[in-house]
Design a protein around this ligand. Structure first.
Ligand code: KG4
Ligand code: ZN
Length: 343
């Protein structure tokens, strides 16, 4: 009988320590330890993140292997996030993967975190039908650090046709959440309040950015001044209007993203639209994307909710493809916080 190919994936680019196991293209397990320690700071504190990764990585890998029903001796290769991300955080996953590969005498596979988010669209658990998504498609990659529109010709041939010139969409959610005194990450909290609010209650100015590029820094600043001025007039403004504020802010961010995304679809003549990254967990983005696509006769692909934010299943998925291509990294590879080259 042909031996099954088992890949262990490791993700530690930001504040989630995650391990996942894929066997012959099927996801067997995925375990993530979130870091609550950043909550009270309104953003990720890099030094605290890398310390928490160090504490979490071994237990997380141990549980992922056990949940998958495999041992370290069954693992054929270890795939890890090399970057982009926080250097101190990346170093923990990179060092662990290198040690694991060396100790078990197996190949090491480097994975670009953004490619991982896109690969999440192809994740398949046991008994799941295979995705109908085929190349080429257009992907809106929206996370805490990135906002890009990408033509995906294949997982290893992509062209970025638009991106943010300043803040990412996730950053806008997180920073506005901080202004409101809500926790971190801001996206899910704003999403929750927005469900009960009126999206038309307040209007925020939108950036005029050419082509398929985005800008969220102006919106963040306008939001900050708006809240400051309203609180000056009424101390209870935030508490009394929280749901409406969140709904109006979210409405604006989602509208900016989708207007550009649909324009890009029309202009490239690609009618398969996919989303990936942490912000694609947003309920309004998911809903509106589907509604608009239906109206405009386009197909939509959205990863399952649990694979939108950072996870190692998506890293193991890219690892599996690279293993099949025989693309391995050497032991002298280092973590990389920023990537300039194309995806
Ligand atoms: O992909 P991700 O987990 O990490 C990065 O690679 O950055 O994305 C994290 C981002 C954070 O900014 C977080 O606020 C945002 O995703 N996010 C959301 C939601 N869930 C997570 N934004 C809007 N709505 C959500 N439901
Ligand atoms: Zn991410």
């Amino acid at each position: 009988m042909k031996k099954k190919i088992t890949i262990l994936g490791i993700e530690s680019s930001c504040d989630d320590t995650s391990a996942g196991v894929i066997q012959d293209g099927i996801l067997l397990s995925q375990v993530t330890a979130n870091q609550d320690v950043h909550n009270k700071y309104g953003g990720v504190v890099p030094e605290l993140a890398s310390r928490a990764h160090q504490a979490n990585i071994i237990p997380v890998v141990d549980v992922a292997l056990r949940e998958a029903g495999v041992t370290k001796n069954d693992v054929d290769a270890v795939a890890f996030t090399r970057g982009p991300g926080l250097l101190g955080s990346l170093l923990v996953g990179t060092s662990f993967a290198k040690g694991f590969a060396l100790a078990n005498n197996i190949p090491l596979i480097e994975v670009n975190h953004l490619r991982g988010h896109i690969a999440a669209l192809f994740l398949q658990e046991k008994n799941d039908p295979k995705t109908e998504l085929s190349y080429p498609f257009l992907c809106l990659l929206v996370s805490g650090g990135h906002t890009q529109i990408i033509i995906v010709n294949s997982l290893f041939d992509m062209q970025i046709i638009g991106e943010t010139i300043d803040d990412a969409a996730g950053e806008a959610f997180d920073k506005c959440s901080k202004v409101l005194g809500l926790g971190y990450p801001g996206g899910p909290i704003i999403d929750k309040h927005a469900k009960q609010g009126n999206p038309k209650a307040f209007t925020f100015t939108r950036p005029a950015i050419p082509e398929f590029n985005f800008s969220f820094s102006g919106l963040k600043t306008a939001f900050m001044y708006f809240i400051r001025d309203e609180v000056k007039k009424d101390k209870g403004f935030i508490t009394n209007n929280l749901n409406d504020i969140c709904a109006s802010l979210q409405y604006t961010i989602v509208d900016i993203l989708l207007n550009k995304f649909f324009d890009a679809g029309k202009s490239t003549n690609i009618n398969k639209l996919a989303v990936a990254g942490g912000v694609s967990a947003n309920s309004e983005l998911r809903e509106k994307l589907q509604q608009r696509a239906k109206k405009e006769n386009m197909q939509v692909f959205i990863p399952p909710f649990k694979y939108t934010t950072d996870n190692a299943a998506m890293i193991a998925q890219v690892g599996y493809y690279k293993y099949m291509k025989g693309e391995f990294a050497s032991q002298d590879i280092t973590a990389k916080a920023r990537f300039k080259e194309k995806l």
